[in-house]
Design a protein around this ligand. Structure first.
Ligand code: ZN
Length: 279
């Protein structure tokens, strides 16, 4: 009897899943005649590519898929011909061979495009370190806005306003975010440059001296947002499996699609780190 019910449920699920899968594929398979092989190559490398985009070996490129899809202007999955076609368009736009297949060169361009949208990074390239804002421009976070992992207290007022509008929109639009109060809480905002360098010395974690010398958090416009964490790993663990886990959560995926509406841009290496650059 029990098996009978299960069979009926399974059949019902199939009846529901098949047409939906077919229509989803149909929507993303308009380029099937040209890009089918490339779609297969992307579907495989999504999970199997062994590479080291940031020094440590990573397997697959799912961590960067939300940002890539956003840049390509598609929500089609890598195993579809329309994704391959869109990727080829991106490659052509940046003078790469338009293979339609994901590779390290394409990733490097994506990384460069995203880095150029961060005024802080551009300033560092010019060998400048932005001055911290005057204290009167900083505002206090509300208790419920701070993540318990570490308290940060301050953010530039205009950025805090933008953050509040963004978090409210995310909670309104996505039940999964609304139902988990930790998601999108802030675990780092304004960091006083002097306190920051003292902390890096005390913790012996200077991130290659970068944090001590000039962190984007000194501007009061950078926020670290809680986007989930892998069990046993920190809220800002850069381990590949940690970043991959975060990048697949509802909060990060929503941010990638929507943070720009509120003036925030991503940092490709850290799913939690967002910088406000204005409307
Ligand atoms: Zn940060």
């Amino acid at each position: 009897m029990r098996r009978g019910i299960l069979a009926v449920l399974a059949a019902a699920a199939l009846v529901w899943v098949l047409p939906n899968t077919a229509s989803a594929q149909g929507r993303c398979e308009t380029g099937r005649g040209v890009w089918a092989d490339q779609a297969v190559a992307n579907a495989i490398s999504l999970y199997a590519l062994e590479w080291a985009p940031f020094g440590a070996t990573e397997v697959g490129w799912g961590t960067y898929l939300p940002l890539l899809q956003k840049e390509l202007g598609t929500d089609c999955e890598p195993g579809t011909s329309d994704f391959a076609a869109a990727l080829a368009g991106f490659q052509a736009r940046y003078a790469l061979p338009a293979t339609g297949v994901f590779d390290q060169a394409t990733f490097n361009v994506l990384k460069g495009v995203l880095q150029e949208r961060r005024p802080f990074v551009m300033a560092r390239i010019r060998d400048e370190c932005p001055e911290p804002p005057p204290l009167r421009e900083l505002g206090y976070l509300e208790v419920q806005e701070e993540h318990a992992d570490r308290l940060t207290r301050l953010l530039r007022r205009d950025v805090l306003d933008a953050y509040r509008r963004m978090a409210a929109a995310a909670r309104y639009e996505v039940p999964e975010i609304r139902n988990d109060p930790e998601l999108l809480q802030i675990f780092s905002g304004f960091r006083d440059p002097e306190a920051d360098s003292a902390r890096c010395a005390a913790e012996r974690n200077c991130d290659g001296l970068r944090r001590a010398v000039c962190s984007p958090h000194r501007t009061g416009t950078a926020v670290d947002l809680y986007v989930g964490q892998l069990l046993g790993m920190g809220v800002d663990s850069t381990r590949p499996e940690s970043r991959q886990h975060m990048s697949q959560g509802a909060a990060y995926r929503w941010l990638v699609r929507n943070a720009g509406r509120f003036g925030f841009v991503p940092y490709i290496y850290e799913p939690w780190h967002w910088e406000w650059v204005g409307p």
